[in-house]
Design a protein around this ligand. Structure first.
Ligand code: FAD
Length: 440
């Protein structure tokens, strides 16, 4: 039988790449890697404070999971600040229907294409220098251990970029890991990570009034969808399949689980992407077989990348822990208050294909600025899902509303640190407290 190609093998032959001179494209004040909810907010917040910001993104749009990731469904969107402004602008641009969520000031599901353009406008107005289609692939320190030069790969070849301060918003903590910073990943006992999911956008005749569940209902809605899928002849790999209605005829679907992620690995991501994409088509076909409102359902598009729920958690000056969630921790340097539950998607499909029991009841807890400051590099911060925290805490604060608020906080603190000529870890919190306090 043909053996699968193995990427990592200690005995594999190696190749020494010849050294080369790489052009330095520019020297910015602040370099933000990754333009998902955290990165885009960090860049805009800093640029509005007079900092020269370069934002580097691997995909072809701003927004990360919100846009190219086909998941414009915001949890914890009540953070105020830049997020509030973004939601206002999305609404004015016609990206979401305000009346869809009577009990909240804003809808939480938005049209992806409008979302991209609104983010691009906000970044341009703030003066953020954006580079898309460019992946951060190496980071070099100066002789004192400070991060100095970042190397990227793109259609322009290898390029170098310099900055005084860096923020890792890659979700996976790529920049920090490349810089040699310490990190944790996965469940401490086993190293297993939560499963990935391939997000999809569906189009068709389905209207809100044809669905027997509220738009923001919980378990009952998922059970109903599971029953429909089984009736249509497909038993999904995720036992709590979810549909969100952006507007009549426009749905977001999260209905599959791809297991086996333990660390960033391109082959694992490739295999999961191919399997998830194919399963989504099978799911749409199963729904179509039901007829009625589902008859003309279309698989409109799928995410440009498989959705990775968890990856590296970079060591910071503070680590948010499950105890903080359980006791509702308060900190003098709090930058965000999180209320979301511990949401661990099943680690072992042989036991469970839904959500694993959390064993913790979350009391709204604070995230301190120290969890956004790297322990192992003086001029590096993190925002979004790669901040410093433990396995269970991460599964609560990882949602996009919190990632965006953490990004904004990191951008504000970075700007203040740069203006004062200090490393973020030396910044007196009093200097930024008035701007950073956001505890809804
Ligand atoms: C399947 C799934 C369903 C989820 N459901 C919800 C939900 O319903 N609501 C919710 O609020 N949250 C949800 N989450 C959680 C949430 O999406 C993430 O935790 C959130 O995206 C974190 O934001 P971020 O900015 O840290 O990371 P990301 O959104 O992952 O953004 C990281 C960005 O960095 C870029 N990048 C990565 N590596 C590099 C590199 N080396 N160089 C340059 N750029 C790079 C990526 O392309 C991406 O744009 C879900 C997550 C998944 C995976």
């Amino acid at each position: 039988m043909k053996q699968p190609f193995k990427q990592k093998n200690d005995h594999a032959p190696s190749f020494t790449e010849p050294s080369q001179d790489i052009p330095v494209v520019e020297t910015a004040d602040l370099l933000v890697a990754g333009a998902g909810p955290a990165g885009v907010m960090a860049a805009i917040a800093a640029a509005r404070r007079g900092v020269r910001v370069r934002l580097i993104e691997a995909q072809g749009a701003l927004g990360g999971i919100w846009t190219v990731g086909c998941l414009p469904h915001l949890i914890e969107a009540n953070k105020g600040g830049l997020l509030d402004e973004l939601l206002d602008r999305l609404q004015r641009a016609g990206a979401g229907e305000r009346e869809t969520v009577a009990e909240r000031p804003y809808p939480v599901d938005y049209d992806v294409e409008t979302f991209k353009i609104v983010l691009e406008k906000m970044a341009a107005e703030a003066g953020v220098a954006v580079r898309l289609y460019t992946r951060v692939s190496a980071v070099y320190r100066d002789q004192t251990g400070r991060l100095e030069t970042l190397v990227t790969d793109s259609k322009s070849g290898r390029e170098a970029w310099r900055a005084g301060l860096f923020i890792d918003c890659t979700g996976d903590g790529d920049l920090a890991a490349q810089a040699g910073c310490g990190f944790d990943i996965g469940e401490p006992e086993t190293g297993r990570c939560q499963p990935m999911s391939m997000m999809a956008l569906l189009a068709g005749a389905v209207r809100r009034d044809q669905l027997p569940f509220s738009l923001h209902g919980g378990k009952a809605r998922k059970e109903w969808i599971l029953t429909q899928l089984r009736r249509g002849g497909h038993d999904p790999s995720y036992s709590q399949p979810t549909l969100f209605l952006v507007r009549d005829g426009y749905l977001i679907m999260m209905a599959n689980h791809q297991y086996g992620y333990r660390e960033p690995d391109a082959q694992v991501l490739t295999d999961a992407t191919i399997a998830g994409r194919s399963e989504n088509l099978a799911i749409v076909n199963a729904l179509r077989r039901l007829g009625g409102p589902w008859e003309h359902l279309e698989l409109m598009t799928q995410s440009a990348f498989i959705g990775v729920r968890e990856s590296r958690r970079i060591h910071g000056l503070y680590r948010v822990t499950q105890d903080d969630l359980a006791c509702g921790a308060r900190f003098d340097d709090a930058v965000c208050r999180v209320s979301f539950c511990v949401d661990i998607h099943a680690l072992d499909p042989a036991r469970n294909k839904g959500i694993d029991p959390a064993g913790i009841k979350v009391k709204p807890y604070d995230i301190p600025l120290r969890a956004l400051i790297a322990r192992d590099a003086p001029n590096l911060m993190m925002a979004g899902r790669c901040i410093s925290g433990d396995f269970k805490a991460h599964s609560s604060y990882r949602v996009t509303g919190d990632a965006a608020a953490l990004g904004e906080a990191a951008g504000i603190a970075a700007a203040s640190a740069l203006h004062q000529g200090l490393d973020p870890g030396k910044l007196p919190f009093a200097a930024v407290k008035d701007e950073l306090v956001r505890l809804p």
